[in-house]
Write a new protein. Structure first.
Length: 255
């Protein structure tokens, strides 16, 4: 693929995943960002543009395809939150994918996509990332809300972490022969039961459905405490993700 002036496209599903990264932008672009991007500037001296894909593999694939068709970045950095499946992973730990895995559904065979080997090798040696593990990230079409669901999924698919977008990005990158690296921050550990499934209250583009959420909380006031807990977890995971992105961008061999 051709390089868009060395710009690295950073893709995430949600505003909560992108906002901490956006706050670390140095010299935000004075003009409008590339079409569809929410912001552009530099991180660790590298030109970057930030895109929000929305939730799920289909939304992520469509967004990544559009970015690759019309912006031609030097590489994609697919980032966001994930559920930890490895027993040693803790809230805020980072996971670098050496492989993206999509379980088969409706009779389809499973699919695997490796991370770019050169980018992954550089990422492994990046300084300042904090606690980071390297392994398979699997994409699920539904939220794994309980520890039992996560244990069962990990046992079936041999994954270190689970998200809902990576396979969509991988499919688009495969079509366009694009370089891509995947970084996730753990927001819920393997043994943690989510107090609230917030994806039920999200539109496909990742925006909140406030009336639906309010109705649910009015019917179940205990969910307010769960929502606050998830908010705190998202803040911690987002801070770890932003630090990890800056460390990666300092180390990646891109010009």
């Amino acid at each position: 693929m051709t390089s868009g002036g060395g710009t690295i496209a950073i893709l995430a599903a949600l505003r909560e995943e992108l906002s901490p990264i956006g706050r670390s932008l140095e010299g935000r672009s004075e003009g409008p960002p590339p079409a569809g991007a929410v912001a552009a500037g530099r991180i660790a001296g590298r030109p970057v543009a930030l895109w929000r894909t929305g939730v799920g593999p289909s939304a992520a694939r469509q967004a990544a395809d559009a970015v690759l068709r019309f912006s031609s970045p030097a590489a994609i950095l697919s980032v966001g939150f994930a559920g930890g499946l490895g027993e040693g992973l803790r809230l805020g730990d980072l996971v670098l994918a050496d492989e993206i895995y999509e379980p088969g559904a409706d009779g389809a065979a499973p699919r695997q996509w490796p991370a770019d080997p050169e980018l992954l090798a550089a990422a492994r040696g990046a300084a300042g990332m904090g606690r980071v593990a390297v392994g398979r990230i699997a994409t699920s079409r539904t939220v794994l809300a309980t520890a039992a669901e996560k244990r069962a999924f990990a046992g079936r698919h041999g994954a270190l972490a689970v998200d809902m977008e990576s396979s969509g990005v991988a499919r688009a990158a495969n079509v366009h022969d694009a370089r891509v690296l995947y970084l996730r921050a753990v927001v819920d550990e393997a043994g943690y039961d989510l107090p609230l499934d917030t994806t039920r209250f999200l539109m496909p583009d990742g925006r909140l459905r406030p009336l639906l959420l309010l109705g649910s909380l009015l019917r179940r006031p205990a969910g307010i405490r769960g929502l606050a807990e998830l908010r705190n977890r998202a803040v911690r995971a987002g801070e770890a993700l932003a630090r990890g992105v800056a460390a990666l961008l300092s180390a990646l061999p891109l010009t």
